[in-house]
Design a binder for this molecule. Structure first.
Ligand SMILES: Nc1ncnc2c1ncn2[C@@H]1O[C@H](COP(=O)(O)OP(=O)(O)OP(=O)(O)O)[C@@H](O)[C@H]1O
Ligand SMILES: [Mg+2]
Length: 329
């Protein structure tokens, strides 16, 4: 029976998980956070370097599997922050050497999508909303095709920046959701949908000016930000459902933890007779389980790197979702 170990380290989180037959045996993660200010890549990488061994042993212990039983090591190859990716790749190579097992290089974004299979979604339109990425994706002929995306920043980074302007540290998403729940008055903000794409930097500038003017209640601003930006996401996702004729919507990525976004997606799906799927929060935010889960599927199709070729294996900080040839579907 195959056991795959997955390593995630593309940004703020270092995670390790063991998966057997699609079942997640353990999913241990620790994240770099700040009190004030955004993520500093070298500091996040240091966090990973300092925590990786402990997380590894914790993941082994909580799965009840000894390391000799591991058949292959799946690692997030990209996209992501280079110093963080390097920590994961270095650790994968160390383990591969020690255990004499192959490495499976996994695309982080596609792992965020494929973990959605655990919810029962079969052929969904996917709304992938994370820190660096915001994309509407659907699978067709060996590629995950992008139907629409942000033309500037990812929605998670957008929310984290908005939070930073209010003096809230990283990650800002959960704190902003709490403020938004207390908001009462809707404040008109720019609504920026361009065809199937969205832009967020103009809205961010507008919000920044509103915060600096001190004329607005911050709960109302957080509420209005969520209502406006999530409506933009739901609108493009709905259009992708209409275009493709698909009948399922799957949410993925850290911002999908937001309960208001989930609620808005549910309402849209109900109105058009589509099914809505969303993994649990520990599978939405960066985690090793999604890497191990997709790694196992790829490994079973013979996709892995062995022997001397491992020395050539490198990180891919800018790899795009639609560059990856999907040989496992
Ligand atoms: N409840 C929430 N509401 C809104 N945003 C949230 C919530 N919880 C987490 N987030 C946001 O999710 C983001 C992190 O998501 P994730 O871990 O998938 O991103 P990432 O790995 O940084 O980005 P990518 O997957 O694009 O590389 C952060 O920007 C964080 O603020
Ligand atoms: Mg991510």
């Amino acid at each position: 029976m195959t056991i795959i170990l997955g390593i995630e380290s593309t940004a703020h989180t270092f995670g390790i998980s063991l998966v057997r037959k699609g079942k997640i045996l353990s999913n241990i993660r620790r994240s770099y956070t700040t009190e004030k200010g955004g993520i500093i890549p070298l500091d996040a990488a240091k966090h990973h370097q300092e925590n990786k061994k402990e997380i590894y042993f914790e993941a082994l212990e909580s799965s009840g599997v000894s390391e000799e039983k591991i058949d292959a090591i799946a690692v997030s190859q990209g996209p992501g922050l280079a110093p963080c990716l390097l920590e994961g790749m270095k650790f994968a190579k160390e383990l591969s050497k020690k255990l004499e097992k192959p490495i499976i290089p996994v695309n982080h974004c596609i792992a965020h999508l494929e973990i959605g299979r655990t919810t029962g979604a079969k052929d969904p339109v996917m709304l992938y909303v994370s820190g660096a990425n915001t994309q509407i994706i659907a699978y067709s002929f060996f590629k995950f095709r992008i139907f629409g995306e942000t033309l500037d920043i990812g929605v998670g980074n957008f929310i984290d920046n908005f939070a930073r302007y209010m003096g809230i540290g990283f990650p800002g998403g959960p704190a902003i959701q709490e403020l938004a729940e207390k908001g009462k008055k809707f404040i008109e903000l720019p609504y920026k949908v361009k065809g199937m794409d969205i832009t967020l930097s103009g809205i961010l500038t507008n919000l920044r000016q509103k915060i600096e003017s001190d004329k607005y209640n911050i709960n109302d601003l957080a509420y209005s930000m969520q209502e406006t930006v999530f409506a933009m996401l739901v609108e493009t996702a709905e259009r992708a459902l209409a275009h493709t004729g698909k009948k399922e919507l799957l949410l993925g990525g850290g911002v999908a933890c937001n309960s208001r976004l989930q609620e808005m997606c549910k309402i849209m799906c109900k109105e058009r007779g589509a099914k809505f799927f969303c993994p649990s929060n520990n599978l939405l935010q960066d985690n090793g389980a999604m890497i191990a889960f997709l790694g196992e599927i790829m490994f079973k199709k013979g996709i892995n790197v062995q022997g001397k070729a491992i020395n050539e294996l490198d990180i891919k900080p800018r790899q795009r979702t639609d560059d990856v040839e999907v040989k496992w579907r």
